[in-house]
Each structure stands twice: as C-alpha cells, then as structure tokens.
Ligand binder design. Structure first.
Ligand SMILES: NC(=O)C1=CN([C@@H]2O[C@H](COP(=O)(O)OP(=O)(O)OC[C@H]3O[C@@H](n4cnc5c(N)ncnc54)[C@H](O)[C@@H]3O)[C@@H](O)[C@H]2O)[C@@H](O)CC1
Ligand SMILES: [K+]
Length: 220
C-alpha cells in the first residue's frame, strides 16, 4: 500500500481538481503573496527532499539522474530538481519535450538557468541514459495533461526500466488528474509521486496500485 505524508499549512482533507488547484495558484500569485517563480522553486526543492527521504540510499554514492522535462510548468519543476541534484554532485541528464521558446515564463527561466551550464537533450534520446540511471524523474506533464500522450512520448515511457527509482512530479504523465484514468495506453510507472498543497483525485488511484504519494506544502 502507498503511504501519505503531509506537511505545512494545508487543508488536511481537501481533494482538489486540476481546475481548483490552478485557481488556488493563480489567486495566490495575483494577490502578490507569492510569485510563480517562488512556487516553482519550492515545488522542485520539496520534490527532491521527499525523493531523498524515501530513498536515502541514493545519497550513499554519486548517483545518476535522468530528468524528463515537458513543455509546461511541470517541466519547470523538473529543471529546478535538475539544478538541485547537480549542485549536490549528482550526474544529471535532462531530456526535454518541446521548444524552449514555448515554455511558460517560470519554466523558461529555470530551463535557461540549467541550459546556461549543461545540455538539454531531445526527449527521444532518453532511452540509453535511462537504462543506467539510479533515478528517473518524470516532469513531463502534471495537472495540464489535456489529451493522450503522443507516440514519441509513449516510445520513451516504454523504455523506462522497472529496476530503478522512478518518481513523478505532481501527477505521473499519462494520468488524467481528475478521473485517475490513463488517457492513452500508458503512463509513467512511478514508485513515488510528490504532489503539491493537496491531493487530487488521481492520487487515490495511484496509492491503490502501490505508488507512494507524498503531499507537500509549497507556500500557497
Ligand atoms: N505556478 C504554478 O502554476 C505552479 C505549477 N506547478 C507545476 O506546474 C504544473 C502545471 O503546469 P501547466 O499548467 O503548465 O501544465 P503541464 O506542465 O502539466 O502541461 C501543460 C503543457 O502540456 C501541453 N500538453 C497537454 N497535453 C499534452 C499532450 N498529450 N501532448 C503534448 N503536449 C501536451 C499543453 O499544451 C501545455 O503546453 C503542475 O502539475 C505542477 O507540477 C508547480 O511548479 C507549482 C507552481
Ligand atoms: K509528471
């Protein structure tokens, strides 16, 4: 069975839809209480912390991470994680989907920070690196997935090895947040999902299939 862990100032029982979560974020940003960049930085930091807390063995040696980054803010969280892990001495390879010019601003800023120092590889090239990774991070799609995954993404997900640590940021790519169904044929096979502020309907489905779900405060 999965486990649940909550922290911070959150409504303990709330289960939010994707639209409700998006509204909460937008309202918080519009109020000036917190910026999108701060939320993203916190999301990436908390995702790394929860990953290393679940799998402390990853800190024993120099570990290798593959981070799959998508075309939206979920990808932005992935770039934050890449920077944090590289700063801890990890070998980090980032593979990205979509043109950087189409990223939303906060994700673009974090992508540019990463790309100033390190390469960003095309997503289609991820298979070999995934085969030898200690940790694979799925930051392809979160609450913004709007249709089944395209064939090029499906090909990459089919190459994800089952023998390594696999974590998803917010929602495993391929799952519909509000129904918990897989929109196409496949979703990222996460062992751990770190979601933000509140559970979403998909997380009960994940827990019932054995995925660990951790809910973290990001200052909303
Ligand atoms: N400021 C914020 O709003 C925050 C957002 N956060 C992260 O941002 C995520 C939500 O970001 P977004 O709303 O940008 O959504 P996503 O990053 O989940 O994805 C949206 C992007 O994917 C595209 N897309 C949707 N379905 C597709 C498909 N099947 N194939 C190809 N492209 C597809 C959309 O056109 C859009 O460009 C959350 O899940 C969370 O991880 C966190 O960083 C916390 C702060
Ligand atoms: K994801």
């Amino acid at each position: 069975m999965g486990e649940m862990k909550r922290s911070g100032n959150m409504s303990r029982d709330a289960v939010l839809t994707a639209a409700e979560m998006r509204k909460l974020e937008t309202d918080a940003i519009m109020s000036g209480r917190v910026s999108g960049a701060e939320l993203m930085a916190c999301a990436g930091e908390r995702a790394v912390a929860e990953t290393l807390s679940l799998w402390p063995d990853l800190q024993d040696t120099i570990s290798r991470a593959v981070i799959l980054c998508g075309p939206g803010n979920n990808g932005g969280d992935g770039y934050v994680m890449a920077g944090i892990l590289a700063g801890r001495g990890w070998q980090v390879d980032v593979f990205a989907l979509g043109a950087p010019t189409r990223l939303p601003p906060d994700a673009r800023a974090n992508r540019d920070l990463w790309a100033a120092e390190c390469p960003v590889h095309p997503l289609a090239d991820a298979a070999d690196a995934m085969a030898s990774a200690d940790l694979i991070v799925d930051a392809l799609f979160g609450i913004g997935l709007a249709r089944p995954l395209d064939a090029d993404v499906v090909r990459v997900l089919r190459a994800v090895p089952t023998s390594t640590h696999r974590m998803s940021v917010d929602v495993p790519s391929g799952y519909d947040t509000d129904t918990g169904t897989i929109l196409g044929d496949i979703a990222f096979p996460a062992d751990l999902t770190v979601t933000f502020h509140s559970r979403k309907p998909v997380h009960s489905v994940l827990e019932s299939s054995g995925c660990v779900v951790r809910v973290v405060d990001i200052g909303l």
